[in-house]
Design a protein around this ligand. Structure first.
Ligand code: AMP
Ligand code: MG
Length: 426
């Protein structure tokens, strides 16, 4: 390709806009709540139930008429006759009347007549005792409603529980389960196929021949896609021929919503990704003004009426990792139904050292983000090591990415935009 044929060089945000343009959430399906973890609700959810459905005790203790014990204290205990017991899961078989009490367990139904529970610790009964006492001395006063979880104080039948677009995280699942919801309408889990390209590649675990390297990209991409919530298939390593590539790309398009290739996308004599994309869909080609990350190919295909998004990422493993973060992850998240395509926490951080960009492009540096000793809520960014796009040790050491404007030369102490990628060590 001659210089005049080079595709447009466009800024990062423009490239992200083009990649996300027209991407919509996958169709909805109904799944068992037990299978819903991580999936995104496709419709708002209302409660079919009032919770608690009936008033119950918040403590192990004695259900009483509060007026009986309004004046109780250690010096003036009030002795009540114990009529029986209400364990969890059994409806009370007696009512509480003035002068009487029922022993009651946490979560057990409040008996008729009682309006408060005196914790066992405020009585002369021994906490773990199994034998039911015939009387109990109450040593602390109680007011109506004390230690009672009144019906409907958590959720009312018909109340709005969760919005469309809410991920089924553990808290959402707890609420849905408690309100008796067994199935939920969610967006289908995105399917992602991963293909590596290159005659030099050997899977880890196999010995390296002369001039061979281990395939890092298909494993890192599969892990990134899985972390994003996708169902992933690794289809293997395509050799540097159009036939080899095309057969894996065709297999991928028949199954996946997103197809990710790495390598073979530049202008080398053995780079066939663009030709493969053109034969299954519509290729969009541009150069993104970021470093690392060029070159980058993108295509849309349709299979059985289903849109398929194809990404041809650069071969260098760090470029692969970063372009997945910048372009592929937001597409997978959008397909999954997340309202925010970019889910990473964005922070304004202070540079702990001078940082320079190069090449007239926005530079994305691998950094270690740590708590800023000078600003309680702030973070300091320091380079995690060598920034060349083949260097994986500094990628694994990084917990964030810093975005430097084109040709920036920022002294220590400057502010910059960063993405947090994972938990910080300190
Ligand atoms: P390419 O774009 O195919 O010319 O690849 C650019 C660089 O990335 C070369 O050094 C490749 O050997 C390397 N590379 C390509 N694919 C992988 C892979 N799956 N794992 C590790 N390195 C790769
Ligand atoms: Mg290659």
């Amino acid at each position: 390709m001659s210089a005049s044929e080079l595709p447009d060089l466009i800024p990062l945000d423009e490239a992200q806009r083009r990649v996300l343009d027209g991407v919509v959430p996958l169709p909805s399906v109904h799944v068992d709540l037990a299978d819903a973890a991580g999936l995104v609700l496709a419709a708002p959810v209302r409660s079919p139930l009032t919770v608690p459905s009936w008033s119950n005790s918040a403590m192990d203790g004695f259900a009483v008429v509060s007026a009986d014990v309004a004046g109780a204290g250690t010096a003036a205990p009030v002795v009540m006759r114990v009529l029986g017991e209400v364990p969890a899961g059994r409806a009370p078989d007696a009512a509480v009347t003035p002068g009487t009490a029922l022993r009651i367990m946490t979560g057990a139904m409040m008996p008729p007549g009682a309006d408060a529970v005196v914790p066992v610790e405020d009585t002369d009964a021994s906490p773990g005792a199994s034998a039911l006492p015939t009387t109990v001395a109450i040593r602390a006063p109680a007011r109506a409603g004390d230690n009672v979880r009144a019906a409907g104080t958590d959720v009312r039948e018909g109340a709005h529980l969760l919005d469309r677009g809410r991920a089924c995280d553990p808290a959402a699942i707890a609420l849905l389960a408690a309100t008796g919801i067994a199935r939920v309408e969610v967006h289908r889990r995105p399917r992602v196929a991963v293909i590596s390209t290159g005659d030099e590649l050997v899977p880890p675990g196999e010995p390296l021949g002369p001039a061979q390297i281990h395939d890092a990209n298909s494993l890192s991409l599969a892990a990134q896609a899985a972390e994003t919530g996708a169902e992933v298939r690794r289809l293997g390593i395509a050799r540097d021929t159009l036939d080899s590539l095309l057969s894996l790309v065709r297999e991928a398009v028949a199954w996946a919503d997103v197809v990710i290739l790495s390598g073979g996308v530049s202008v080398g004599a053995h780079d066939h990704v663009k030709a493969a994309f053109e034969s299954v869909g519509e290729l969009s080609l541009w150069r993104v003004a970021i470093k690392p990350g060029r070159p980058f190919a993108f295509a849309r295909a349709t299979f059985d009426g289903r849109p398929v998004h194809l990404f041809g990422l650069p071969g260098n493993p760090v470029s692969v990792f970063i372009t997945f973060e910048l372009f592929v992850r937001p597409v997978i998240r959008t397909l999954a139904g997340h309202p925010r395509a970019f889910g990473r926490p964005v922070r304004i951080v202070r540079l702990g050292e001078r940082m320079r960009g190069s090449g007239g492009r926005q530079n994305i540096h691998r950094v270690v983000l740590e708590r800023d000793p000078e600003r309680p809520d702030g973070l300091v960014a320091r380079s995690s090591g060598g920034q060349d796009s083949y260097m994986l040790a500094s990628l694994a050491a990084a917990n964030g990415l810093v975005f430097l404007p084109p040709d920036a030369d920022l002294p220590a102490g400057s502010e910059a935009v960063a993405w947090e990628l994972r938990e910080r060590d300190a």
